[in-house]
Design a protein around this ligand. Structure first.
Ligand SMILES: N[C@@H](CCC[C@H](N)C(=O)O)C(=O)O
Length: 333
């Protein structure tokens, strides 16, 4: 039998599939079909998800695992911050190690077990890197700009200022007020830049951030390959970096920031070391369901005979979220 796990980080939801446990690993085509089917909100399993996290054999023998990220639409992303925390937990429970490296598409990233947020809300820290402002790495080189840091982009949305950075997946960030974060601009920009467009030709994750007070922000994200999600780990990390660069009165390098989102909160610390930026992303790694199906059914994407067991962790997570302050009228998706 094959196990799957329904998991989330700040209610950014995924299924984890460990390919290393299969006698016949899924092909790339199978992974795409499987992801589209299992994550569908209406016809997928358990209300669907935002993507599938594939645990694979690492390239470097010293890494314990490799994580691949398949977005809901079947596209593959280089990184997923919320997802990496849940994969870190999976690997921690499998190998009983609490500080190790996980291979991803572009980098080997350090992950660590941290103290639980509350009882039954386990937390992990993951490294977000490499960081680049290079137009080619973010995918905006046709915009004719060398960098986008707190700049107006009239082609995209004339009244807002943007920062754009790859961590290493691409992000576009704007600091906005409460009305704008609750409004429709984020969805409009996100849809446009993730459809065929001349500006961000690989698509881009779009983040709007509301500054609450010193060291505290709220971030809402429209994700490439998904749409609105409850949270985006790389998005909150990229936004924390943008905040340190553009609002030094609000946030500083090496200081812990609290980043609220529609699905909960994370902590971030932005570092500038040896001429490189990197970010620590600390947040929950919640396992809501354990699922079991035969390997044949997995290959045929037949979920009719799947067995599903709730872990009981979601109730604890919801209690944790209920204790958090509210800054706007956004609710969980
Ligand atoms: N939700 C993720 C990011 C997933 C990938 C993203 N949609 C992309 O295509 O870059 C996170 O928590 O970082």
């Amino acid at each position: 039998m094959t196990q799957l796990f329904k998991v989330h980080g700040s209610q950014n939801e995924f299924f984890i599939l460990d390919q290393t446990e299969l006698t016949r690993p899924m092909s790339n085509n199978e992974l795409v079909t499987f992801t589209k089917k299992i994550t569908d909100k209406k016809t997928g399993l358990l209300g669907g998800a935002d993507g599938v996290l594939v645990v694979d054999t690492p390239t470097r023998p010293e890494d314990l695992a490799k994580m691949r990220v398949i977005n809901k639409d079947g596209s593959e992303a280089s990184m997923c911050g919320n997802g990496l925390r849940t994969v870190a937990r999976y690997v921690y429970e499998k190998y009983h190690k609490d500080n190790f490296f996980v291979d991803t598409m572009n980098a080997n990233l350090q992950v660590q077990k941290r103290d639980n947020f509350t009882e039954k809300v386990p937390a992990f820290a993951v490294e977000i890197s490499p960081v680049s402002f290079d137009p080619h790495n973010v995918g905006f080189d046709k915009l004719g700009r060398q960098r986008i840091i707190d700049d107006y982009l009239p082609e995209i949305y004339p009244s807002l200022r943007f920062t754009s950075v790859a961590v290493p997946n691409p992000h576009l960030i704007s600091f906005v007020d409460k009305e704008t974060i609750e409004g429709t601009a984020l969805g409009e920009i996100g849809q446009r830049l993730n459809d065929t467009n001349p500006y961000f030709y690989n698509g881009v994750n779009v983040n709007f951030a509301q500054i609450i007070e010193k060291n505290k922000i709220f971030v809402r994200t429209f994700e490439r390959g998904v749409g609105y999600t409850n949270a985006c780990g790389t998005g909150m990390s990229a936004t924390s970096l943008a905040l340190c660069l553009t609002h030094p009165d609000v946030a500083k390098f090496e200081e812990e920031l609290t980043v609220y989102n529609p699905g909960g909160l994370v902590k971030t610390i932005v570092h500038w070391q040896d001429n490189h930026y990197h970010i620590d992303l600390i947040g929950n790694a919640t396992f809501t369901h354990e699922l079991e199906l035969s390997e044949d059914d997995l290959h045929h994407q037949n979920f009719d005979n799947i067995s599903v067991q709730e872990t009981g962790e979601q109730a604890a997570y919801e209690e944790f979220v209920a204790s958090l302050p509210h800054f706007n009228n956004l609710t969980v998706y």
